[in-house]
Design a protein around this ligand. Structure first.
Ligand SMILES: Cc1ncc(COP(=O)(O)O)c(C=O)c1O
Length: 398
């Protein structure tokens, strides 16, 4: 069948590709330790599942308003106040099919042909492809490991110019786990203030997953003057182990949200009614399950750093949050596997999958070709077994 040229602009998500390959190997009976998955290994808390069951019994089986029920939007408003100390009206919020679709609709609503959008790298794989689908041009601003994967104010200023229409900030970050401090956020905000035509997309999906001390104040708390051109994107996926429920949300100026709502209305209509009821409970109910989950991720982060420290030449910046580590594995590139040097991160991943039965994601699609991404959203036992296997496989290489 003839496909539109648009299909050539996007590539399959590298992270989902790893998940698919792991599933394929497992289906053939091969045991694989999956360090690729971008989702918590915990189950959705029972109180949230119960809310879904109640909603189903009560007949939440029909269309809801496109941008979400009043109940879940009010829960979003209350969460933004409670967690971020930000004031939003219900009309300034919408509920979406995952944080991903909030981003997609925001890009479609805000950016057009040739608009430049500053994308700090390493970045989550989907931003670039979704921007391209909107006709926009990602302008990649590299924040290397040597600066903790965080863009400096100067680098942001250098990346912005008269053609800039947007910037994306994701902290803590996928794939690096890096998180900006308040001071760093403040200095980025000071640059952004001078670019009134630039929309700011703040992707907060990992905001509850901080390991070392308090979460910094929100960018919009530090720089409220940016509020009328900022879209805050979030979701229940990572915070409440609800990746499969597909509920995200956005908050921002009414005109932008209305445009996003119109786009959503022509794409998906409302997110699933039952999942909205579950998300309302997630956001508004008792938050007791978060602290143990964050603590567990923090222990795993420490284990992972210790294990990378034992691999000669592999360097890993200490992640401050999320559940990813993003080591530089270029020291392994000269090592010889199947008669030729490993050469690049993709082949390092190929080698580790073939010889250690451990799945990682190569950094190429995150715009960091010397790195691999390890997700520690898996048990400590799996981490230990996986690193043993990696050490064993590396020991066989010249
Ligand atoms: C940085 C970032 N933003 C947004 C999302 C979207 O998450 P979801 O659509 O499951 O809410 C992800 C998922 O991996 C992510 O890593």
């Amino acid at each position: 069948m003839r496909l539109s040229p648009r299909t050539k602009l996007v590539k399959p998500s590298a992270t989902l590709a790893v998940t698919t390959e792991v599933a394929r190997l497992r289906a053939t009976g091969i045991e694989v330790i999956d360090f690729g998955a971008g989702e918590p290994d915990f189950d959705t808390p029972q109180r949230i599942k119960d809310a879904a069951t109640r909603a189903l019994a009560a007949g939440a089986t029909r269309y809801t308003p496109v941008v979400g029920t009043r109940q879940v939007r009010e829960a979003v408003v209350a969460k933004l106040k409670r967690v971020n100390d930000l004031d939003y009206a219900v009309e300034e919020t919408m509920v979406t099919c995952g944080g991903k679709h909030a981003l997609y609709s925001a890009f479609q609503a805000l950016f057009g042909e040739g608009d430049e959008v500053v994308l700090p790298a390493p970045f989550w794989v989907s931003y670039a492809d979704m921007l391209v689908l909107a006709g926009a041009k990602p302008k990649i601003a590299h924040a290397p490991a040597s600066q903790g994967f965080k863009l400096t104010a100067q680098q942001l200023a250098d990346a912005l110019d008269a053609r800039s229409r947007g910037v994306i900030l994701n902290s803590p970050s996928n794939p690096t786990g890096a998180a900006y401090s308040e001071r760093e956020l403040q200095s980025l905000a000071e640059v952004l203030v001078s670019y009134p035509d630039v929309a700011i997309i703040v992707d907060d999906v990992y905001e509850m997953l901080y390991f070392d001390g308090d979460r910094p104040a929100h960018l919009l708390k530090l720089a409220p003057e940016l509020r009328d051109r900022t879209i805050v994107v979030n979701s229940v996926s990572k915070t409440y182990a609800m990746t499969g429920w597909r509920i995200g949300y956005a908050a921002g100026p009414v005109d932008a949200l209305a445009a996003m709502g119109t786009i959503q209305g022509q794409c998906t209509s409302n997110p699933t009614a039952i999942a909205q009821a579950a998300a309302a409970e997630a956001l508004a109910g008792p938050q007791d399950e978060l602290a143990p989950m964050v603590e567990e991720f923090g222990w795993r982060r420490d284990d992972v750093l210790a294990r990378f420290g034992r691999l000669a030449g592999v360097r890993c910046v200490k992640p401050a949050g999320a559940f990813y580590a993003f080591p530089d594995v270029s020291a392994l590139f000269p090592r010889v596997w199947r008669d030729r040097p490993l050469g690049n991160a993709s082949r390092v991943c190929e080698f580790l999958l073939a010889e250690a039965r451990v799945a990682l994601v190569a950094g190429d699609d995150f715009a960091a070709p010397n790195h691999v991404r390890l997700s520690y959203a898996t048990s400590r036992e799996n981490l230990s077994r996986g690193f043993d296997a990696i050490e064993g496989a590396l020991a066989t290489l010249r």
